[in-house]
Design a protein around this ligand. Structure first.
Ligand SMILES: [Zn+2]
Length: 537
């Protein structure tokens, strides 16, 4: 690639409707992986003090990152596009106050943090119980780095710290918690003092204002040198705090209402810190990317922790498996992880010669410390509580075990759905069947009962026999790591369908693009006549 031009700075004005707006245009990246920077050189009087898409340094955010691909082969047009977009955006801010307010409101926490003398220290928020009124501050230290965590649960703090490889200490500080269903009111300027905070909160939500005043009328907060508050709003959490006057706080230790009075008067000039709160609890982490409920409070069992099961478990834990008071992710597999497994398993060398179930549990817990994960290094045949779950995933990929589980499900008449997922051939395709008490096909319904054939397939797929290998006295089917990843993705998609109310189509097939196989329709299967497993006598 030819060397690109160096950084260039241009100064000029944007031709906005109300008048010219002086800006500086900086192009550092002529590949346009980053948009050219446009910053305000001065702020004409017709621009409001608090603007959406303008940060504290006056940089304009005129395109959302990744929203537009600028043409690296036509830089003049690319730069003109940016200037046009910035002009349109500023005109819209000036012309339409509703647009400005809606845009600031929807990203209020981001605006909240900026425009302070010093950048705020990030404070992580754990899983905050809805009814909690205060939470504790914990400090997690790793080397030079220090993170604050606000959590209701010391156990959560310890689990998170262990995941981070950090040391954790509980501080004496508490943070007062509130919630409101009213989106934050957009002020002309963000509050900088305690008095400005009071005025703003009162104009936003009277109940919230009353709650904060009540807390300031009780003596607990006067035991701290700093008062901290976090408010859950419909657009996210916002936090703030202020230092307390050391002499007065001790003097008024038993008459907190006098301290509150002081805050409404001379003490109101106290500088307000607007905190940068980042949700880090499991409720946020697992639901952020979904438009439906995650696996919170569900008991899910994965049978088989080999190639398929390890990727299935890794997907399920990301979908919230094992979170919530009732949630459990149970992993069942009797085998140890050998060198022959490593090439297509989610675990690597650190897990060698450990039980697959135990090592997988340890790794998933290290990654997702909120989850409750159990390992059972035993055969599924010995597991008494198998159906005490909301979902069972059969990821063994072994027909005999799948048939056994299918038989057991039918015999017990359980309502717990059983999701079978497997790989066929040398990874040419992956298949899954969702079987439950709704009356569709069972696992054995995939074979046609025919006395003249041994295990005649209902849906033939492979045109040629798969390649088999043996190492020692064990036969195995070679396939690449992509196959169990595909199988896990298929299973995860069906679990997501179930979470949205319907796992259909309940029988799904995905094939590799260049595989020479027969096609099978994705469908809800009916039972097979004469199926020895599910046919009623
Ligand atoms: Zn059947």
């Amino acid at each position: 690639m030819a060397a690109r031009a160096p950084r260039r700075v241009f100064v000029g004005s944007l031709p906005c409707a109300k008048g010219p707006v002086p800006v500086k245009l900086t192009v550092e990246d002529w590949n346009f992986l980053e948009y050219p920077r446009i910053s305000l050189v001065e702020r004409p009087a017709f621009l409001p003090a608090l603007m959406p898409h303008v940060d504290v340094l006056g940089h304009l955010c005129y395109f959302a990152p990744g929203a537009v691909t600028l043409d690296r082969y036509d830089p003049a047009t690319a730069v003109a596009q940016c200037l046009d977009q910035a002009t349109v955006m500023l005109d819209r801010i000036v012309a339409n106050p509703e647009y400005r307010i809606d845009d600031i409101q929807s990203e209020f926490p981001a605006h909240w943090e900026y425009g302070q003398l010093s950048l705020p220290w990030t404070v992580f928020l754990g899983d905050i119980q809805p009814q909690a009124t205060t939470a504790k501050y914990f400090i997690m230290r790793k080397g030079e780095r220090k993170h604050a965590l606000v959590s209701c649960d010391p156990d959560e703090a310890h689990r998170l710290a262990r995941s981070l490889g950090a040391a954790v200490t509980a501080s004496r500080y508490r943070c007062w918690l509130f919630q409101t269903a009213v989106p934050p009111r957009v002020p002309a300027q963000m509050p900088r003092t305690v008095k400005e905070l009071f005025v703003w909160v009162r104009s936003w939500d009277c109940t919230l204002y009353a709650g904060i005043q009540k807390a300031l009328g009780e003596k607990d907060y006067l035991q701290q040198t700093y008062a901290a508050f976090a408010v859950k709003t419909p657009v996210g959490w916002i936090g703030f705090g202020f230092d307390l006057d050391q002499i007065r706080r001790l003097g008024y230790a038993n008459s907190p209402k006098r301290y509150r009075n002081y805050l409404h008067n001379a003490g109101g000039v106290q500088h307000l810190f607007r905190m940068a709160l980042r949700e880090a609890g499991s409720r946020f982490v697992h639901s952020r990317n979904l438009s439906y409920q995650d696996l919170y409070n569900k008991r899910v069992t994965v049978v088989g922790c080999g190639a398929i099961g390890s990727f299935v478990a890794a997907a399920l834990v990301r979908l919230g498996g094992g979170t919530g008071k009732l949630g459990r992710l149970k992993l069942i597999d009797p085998d140890d992880l050998g060198p022959e497994n490593l090439g297509r398993h989610v675990l690597g060398y650190p897990a060698l010669m450990q039980t697959k179930a135990g090592a997988l549990r340890d790794e998933l817990l290290r990654q997702f410390p909120h989850s409750a994960i159990e390992a059972h290094a035993c055969s599924v045949f010995d597991h008494a509580q198998l159906f005490a779950a909301e979902l069972i995933v059969d990821a063994t990929g072994e027909e005999s075990v799948s048939e056994y589980l299918n038989g057991l499900r039918l015999q017990r008449g359980t309502l717990t759905p059983l999701l079978h997922v497997w790989i066929r051939g040398n990874g040419e395709f992956v298949q899954a069947l969702w079987a439950d008490a709704e009356g569709g096909a069972c696992y054995r319904c995939l074979l046609v009962p025919d006395a003249s054939y041994h295990r005649k397939e209902r849906f033939p797929l492979l045109k040629t026999d798969p390649l088999q290998r043996t190492d020692g006295c064990r036969a195995y089917t070679p396939y690449a790591v992509s196959a169990p990843m595909q199988a896990a993705a298929l299973a995860a998609d069906m679990v997501c369908g179930w979470l949205q109310g319907d796992p259909s189509p309940r029988f799904r097939t995905r094939s590799q693009e260049n595989a020479d196989v027969y096609r099978v329709k994705n469908q809800n299967l009916t039972r097979m006549d004469g199926c020895p497993a599910c046919a009623r006598p």
